[in-house]
Write a protein that binds this ligand. Structure first.
Ligand code: HPA
Length: 271
């Protein structure tokens, strides 16, 4: 069924554009400004796309955008579906699968995350080197769709090492404050308790967020190369002593949006 849905979605998209993007980009909350740097060829609102669901969260638009940046043909998912919104995992990863069916081979995931690594500050970036799936489920549960990938996908290099090294060189060149570390994916929608953050630190994490992990899993299943970058929008619960809010998250994302966008533009140009 998912396969037929994907085929229907791709056929619909093909009535709107003949673009052949090799790179896909998922823009996290408040990081949508990147689109201003793109030579846009087609914008398709999620609500028009069969089997896509429009996002329900403030600060997330829902558009599939095709265009060029740094000489590369890209497809952008501006806004994503989160598990906490009540979408089944199959819907959360549907857009990533769609990109793969359109020919995308490299996927760049961005997100907002709470940080708890040494010397982290709100506004820092974190290159995701690996993740821990704490969402309590996995998007590949259920019958395997063998046309998409294997039953038991390898996750040894879920985040491509070469892409990590390109990102790192670029962040150093830009003089951007950045970290490298493990992203803990949780379901949300509550932010963590301080005890949960201490636990995440103990198991080796440096940042926590409510997205990215399902998409990385689906992308690895599909055989895509994945690069992922977090914007540390806040220190995680209990690390600083103030309460967390979505306003803080979106305000920090807004503050670093231009730096984030110019990083993405350069990064894509180097792929
Ligand atoms: N926790 C979980 N998800 C988040 C956070 C956080 O502190 N900040 C942004 N997304």
């Amino acid at each position: 069924m998912i396969l037929e849905d994907l085929q229907e979605t791709v056929s619909f998209i093909r009535t709107k554009t003949s673009a052949k993007p090799k790179i896909g980009v998922v823009l996290g909350s408040g990081l949508g400004a990147f689109v201003k740097d793109v030579e846009v060829e087609a914008t398709i609102p999620y609500k028009e796309i069969p089997h896509f669901s429009p996002p329900t969260v403030e600060g997330h638009s829902g558009n599939l955008i095709f265009g060029k940046v740094g000489g590369q043909s890209i497809a952008i998912l501006q806004g994503r579906n989160h598990f906490y919104e009540g979408h089944p995992m199959s819907s959360v990863v549907f857009p990533v699968r769609t990109l793969a069916m359109l020919g995308v081979e490299t996927l760049i995931l961005t997100n907002s995350a709470g940080g708890f690594g040494e010397s982290m500050q709100a506004g820092d970036f974190m290159i995701i080197e690996d993740h821990i799936n704490l969402m309590g489920t996995n998007p590949l549960m259920g019958p395997n769709i063998k046309e998409l990938g294997p039953r038991f996908p390898d996750m040894t290099e879920a985040y491509d090492k070469r892409l990590i090294s390109i990102m790192e060189q670029l962040l150093q060149k830009q003089g951007t404050r950045y970290h490298k570390g493990i992203y803990c994916g949780v379901s949300g929608p509550t932010y963590e308790t301080p005890a949960e953050v201490r636990y995440l630190k103990l198991i080796g994490g440096k940042a926590v967020g409510m997205s990215t992990v399902p998409e990385t899993i689906a992308a690895n299943h599909l055989g895509l190369r994945v690069a992922a970058l977090s914007c540390i929008t806040n220190l995680a619960a209990g690390i600083s002593n103030h309460k967390l809010s979505h306003t803080e998250v979106t305000e920090t994302a807004k503050r670093v949006e231009l730096e984030f966008s110019s990083f993405l533009r350069e990064f894509i140009g180097q792929l």
